[in-house]
Design a protein around this ligand. Structure first.
Ligand SMILES: O=P(O)(O)OC[C@H]1O[C@@H](O)[C@H](O)[C@@H](O)[C@@H]1O
Length: 278
């Protein structure tokens, strides 16, 4: 693929063009994937028109990298700090189809989290398919533990017409009701705020819309799948979302959150999410 440095809403980003005409845009801030358009021209991610692009604030949309903490489950800022910092571009890999970015511990990270680490995000573009892989390496002399999520804001035409299939039978924690149960619905539908953590099923999920289907899979190392849509009421309270933003997105996140990963010095962990247009 061809890559070009660009500015996206005033912030440095990289645009990649695939052989089939698909495109990928990744901001250096947070190594955040902002856009993936397939050869048919369809945009697969949602970025809020009111997202803040100031090089500090977490960008609302695309694929935030939430790490080394998920949500408020710890003492760090919500969803950790990796989405709030600039990453360094590393070019394309040997095969030329992967865009890589890296974040190493620095003064800003050590002020929050006193560990030496390297994080790498590899985004691989193929016809009708995108894979986002997060690799963490412990370059410290003592072990450390982390949680992580690839917090994909999938673009949907109309949330009222969306079905998410593949979670039936999975253990669910409904965070809104603090209720644990086995999911009984063959297809999830979204008509209000939805915020749940599922034990990730072995088989891929399917996002079904009148306009087409997207298959969502994740590495076994990502033991949970988080599904989130703010609904109208919460969306109205989010300053960086327009009132109808919730209608055009659904977050389906590949996550490792219920049990943190402990990495020994020199050890590495990788987690990925893969999206395939069916
Ligand atoms: O507004 P933020 O920090 O980007 O978080 C968005 C959402 O992220 C989801 O992963 C969580 O399950 C939600 O509880 C949270 O509200």
């Amino acid at each position: 693929m061809e890559i070009t440095p660009i500015e996206f809403r005033g912030q440095p980003a990289i645009r990649a063009l695939g052989a089939d005409g698909s495109t990928l845009t990744v901001a250096l801030h947070g190594a955040q994937v902002l856009s993936w358009t397939t050869a048919d021209g369809g945009e697969r991610f949602y970025v809020s028109p009111r997202a803040v692009f100031d090089g500090k604030t977490a960008i609302r949309g695309g694929v935030p990298v939430c790490c080394p903490q998920f949500n408020m489950r710890g003492m760090l800022p919500k969803h950790g700090f990796m989405r709030n910092l600039p990453w360094e571009p590393q070019g394309t890999g040997a095969s030329g189809d992967t865009l890589a970015l890296r974040l190493r511990d620095n003064e800003a990270t050590r002020a929050l989290w006193p560990h030496a680490f390297e994080a790498r995000l590899d985004v691989t573009l193929a016809p009708d398919q995108l894979r986002i892989a997060l690799t963490l390496t412990n370059i410290d002399s003592a072990p450390w533990a982390f949680a992580a999520a690839l917090h994909s804001y999938l673009h949907v035409d109309d949330i009222a017409q969306v079905r998410l299939e593949g979670l039936e039978g999975a253990n669910r924690w409904d965070s809104l009701r603090d209720d644990r149960h086995v999911e009984t619905a063959a297809a999830l539908r979204f008509d209000a705020e939805f915020d749940s953590v599922y034990v990730a099923p072995a088989k891929p999920l399917r996002l079904v819309q009148p306009g087409g289907m997207l298959e969502i899979s994740q590495s076994a190392s990502c033991t949970e799948t988080v599904v989130w849509n703010p609904g109208a009421e919460l969306c109205a309270k989010l300053a960086d979302m327009p009132a109808d933003g919730y209608r055009h997105m659904l977050c389906v996140e590949a996550a490792r959150i219920d049990e943190q990963v402990t990495l020994a010095p020199g050890a590495q962990w990788q987690g990925w999410q893969q999206l395939t247009v069916l």
